[in-house]
Design a protein around this ligand. Structure first.
Ligand SMILES: [Zn+2]
Length: 329
């Protein structure tokens, strides 16, 4: 029986249950927060907005909401540069009962510290492998998958290096890869090509954020390579409005790709990217709408059900596909 690493230890694959493949319990810049531990009460955030411990409270609230809505697990792709903190994740898992599957990897659109600029893909892979085989941040919590990213700047030299490191860590350990992509910049074809060059098993690759594309043909061309596609940003209206996301999802299901699709929201229980005022403006302008961990179980699934998606298709996307991607079986 295959097992899956979570922040609470390894579980049997059959115990993974209904899973949201892409949700964050915390998203923040670790360098900023190491230098200014009270950053969330500085830099445009009034103390009343986020009190000390507020990030933890918000994560617990998100975890409890997910469990109440029938979600048993999340994959949390919070890697380096997004504030990965597995002890924080383990406390949230412990308090909520949510199973949290952690990752290794680097979330960058281009910038890398000189530490990594001066090292080879193999040397970076060594660090990912240490997280997978030994444990993360001095704990015995092991990474279950590898995260990398490409966005508006495209496949820069640094981004390519991180992809090659992720690929080599996959080849050495068998851990699957989640690659953040940007359909508007057409990053995915080259991302997949790099994985192919490195000998990655594409049935263990998830291209995240395919659901930002309004074009089912674009996503289908990627799916034909054998990868999983994340329809995983429900609620981020500024990248693609909700109804269009649903239409693309239904179209891809009609075309028979249920065993390669994930639905999720890429929600962040808290995120430090914007000061409180700017965050409020985004919400007011409708750029994000209902963008929480509740979105998929509470709205997306019922709406898809009304559009004719069958229970066994939800079971495939929420239970079977996560197990297959994570374990290869
Ligand atoms: Zn994400």
């Amino acid at each position: 029986m295959a097992t899956i690493e979570t922040v609470s230890g390894a579980i049997e694959a059959e115990d993974l249950g209904p899973t949201l493949i892409h949700e964050h319990l915390l998203a923040r810049d670790e360098a900023v927060h190491a230098q200014w531990p009270d950053a969330m009460t500085l830099g445009g955030n009034p103390p009343a907005e986020i009190e000390p411990g507020g990030e933890y409270g918000a994560a617990v609230e998100a975890g409890k909401a997910a469990v109440e809505l029938g979600i048993r697990s999340i994959c949390d792709p919070t890697a380096m540069f997004l504030g990965r903190d597995v002890s924080f994740m383990a406390r949230v898992a412990d308090e909520t009962g949510l199973q949290v599957v952690p990752c290794t990897g680097i979330y960058t659109y281009d910038h890398l510290p000189t530490f990594f600029v001066s090292r080879s893909p193999d040397q970076i892979a060594d660090m990912f492998v240490a997280d997978i085989e030994r444990g993360i941040q001095g704990t015995d919590i092991k990474a279950a998958f590898i995260k990398c990213a490409a966005d508006e700047p495209g496949i820069t030299e640094n981004v390519e290096k991180v992809h090659r490191a992720a690929a080599r860590a996959h080849v050495r350990t068998g851990a699957p890869i989640m690659a953040h992509s940007r359909p508007a910049s057409d990053t995915a074809p080259r991302q997949i090509e790099i994985f192919e060059e490195e000998g990655v098993d594409l049935s263990r690759v998830q291209i995240a954020h395919c659901g930002d594309s309004p074009d089912a043909d674009y996503v289908e061309r990627l799916l034909q390579k054998g990868i999983y596609a994340g329809l995983d940003r429900y609620g981020i209206e500024m990248y693609l409005p909700y109804e269009q996301r649903q239409s693309v999802a239904v179209e891809l299901l009609d075309r028979g790709y249920v065993s390669q699709l994930f639905i999720s929201a890429d929600s962040c229980a808290t995120i430090d990217w914007f000061p409180a005022e700017a965050a409020a403006q985004l919400a007011e302008a409708g750029m994000v709408k209902e963008w929480t961990i509740r979105m998929v179980p509470e709205r997306v699934i019922p709406d898809l059900r009304e559009r004719g998606v069958a229970e066994e298709q939800f079971e495939t996307m929420l239970v079977a596909n996560p197990v297959a991607w994570l374990t290869g079986s």
